[in-house]
Design a protein around this ligand. Structure first.
Ligand code: SF4
Ligand code: SF4
Length: 358
């Protein structure tokens, strides 16, 4: 069961806010719900001998500039390229839906916003692979000629030739696909509807890198980036691991002598490691030490979960009655993070969501 690997520290100011929030939520439905969650890392280090271990680059570079849309899609299909942002959806299928959309405006959004405060590999990719990302953007721009092309990131935007770079505030969960679209294009899309149907192609920055490397050299596939974090010492390292790599092998590279303790989507959606697991799309984060266990007490009806739900759900009521709009839940874990009773609220809402869709 996933839960936040860090807990909100409660200070005197927080206790006052509990009272203020209760009053505000009654008066102001637009009250800002997003959380600012501090990074768990004091130091992000890079060991050039270990990171970026991937197959040898091909000497031969394919002629990317002469590709047709059809050839491009066939390449992605042949190489079985899937989204690396967590969804694992086939990239070619997503792009076909985007191209077939009846929307008169085509938009491309490259998501370089870490979806979790415990992940740092999107920032790493944008810094260390600027050239390849720029080339990938150029491929998309040439093939699809979108009216808008945005690269969303959290660090300083810098100069990007082939896309409008937009710096997004460090608010959780601003990297979630539908929320990011709303922030960037001011277009609200229900979470049940794929953005590609609306003429918006969203690709994670890691997927774009993989797409570019695949079409350019035909050799890079399936290697994925993970953040390995030591939550006790506050140190993190980004690795690029080969298919079949296990969580313990990644820890051996990043923090020799340590043992994997937690894995999952990040510090907001982590879980205890179940032995030595294969690092797949569900494990962008590998943790070593330092995560607290939730020790649930009775609900205090403080409504902090409601106040901080980015979807504006009546979380406490859904949890109590097992009814309501659980389908809109993003499973972001904000409710569990803020709960002063340490209840894994997100897990309870997820259970309601699954029972409704079953
Ligand atoms: S679940 Fe937690 S945050 Fe929500 S009302 Fe109960 S005690 Fe408060
Ligand atoms: S109910 Fe769902 S969307 Fe709302 S805070 Fe909890 S996990 Fe996030």
């Amino acid at each position: 069961m996933a839960y936040p690997l860090i807990q909100k520290k409660r200070k005197f100011r927080d206790i006052l806010l509990l009272i203020v929030d209760k009053i505000r939520i009654k008066k102001d439905t637009n009250y800002s719900r997003n959380l600012i969650i501090p990074s768990p890392y004091k130091q992000i280090f890079s060991n050039k001998n270990h990171t970026e271990s991937h197959p040898k680059k091909s000497q031969k570079e394919n002629a990317v500039s002469n590709l047709t849309v059809q050839q491009f899609l066939e390449m992605l299909q042949e190489q079985n390229i899937t989204g690396l942002g967590g969804g694992g959806f086939p990239a070619a299928q997503k792009i076909k839906t985007f191209l077939a959309s009846k929307s008169p405006t085509k938009r491309v959004l490259i998501n370089g916003v870490e979806c979790d405060p415990g992940l740092v590999h999107d920032a790493h990719i944008l810094k260390e692979h600027h050239h390849e990302i720029e080339q990938g953007l150029e491929v998309l721009r040439t093939l699809f000629q979108p009216q808008e092309m945005v690269l969303a990131l959290t660090n300083q935007a810098g100069f990007w030739k082939n896309a409008h770079a937009m710096q997004i505030p460090h608010h959780y969960p601003s990297g979630q696909e539908h929320r990011l679209i709303e922030t960037v294009f001011q277009i609200p899309i229900p979470t049940s509807e794929p953005p590609a149907h609306h003429g918006i192609l969203v690709l994670n920055v890691q997927t774009l890198l993989q797409i570019y490397e695949t079409v350019a050299s035909s050799e890079y596939k399936s290697h994925r980036f993970v953040t390995v974090g030591n939550l006790e010492t506050g140190m993190a390292q980004v690795l690029r691991v080969a298919p079949g790599t296990t969580s313990q092998e990644a820890v051996d590279q990043a923090f020799p002598g340590q043992t994997v303790s937690h894995v999952g989507g990040g510090i907001m959606q982590g879980r205890e490691a179940q032995g030595n697991e294969i690092v797949d799309g569900s494990i962008p984060f590998i943790g070593v030490k330092g995560a607290p266990q939730l020790q649930a007490k009775d609900c205090r009806k403080c409504l902090q979960c409601n106040v901080h739900c980015p979807q504006g759900l009546d979380v406490q009521s859904i949890m109590d009655t097992k009814q309501g709009d659980a389908a809109s839940c993003l499973q972001c874990g904000s409710c569990s993070y803020v709960c002063p009773a340490h209840i894994n609220v997100c897990a309870k809402i997820t259970a309601v969501k699954e029972s409704i869709s079953a």
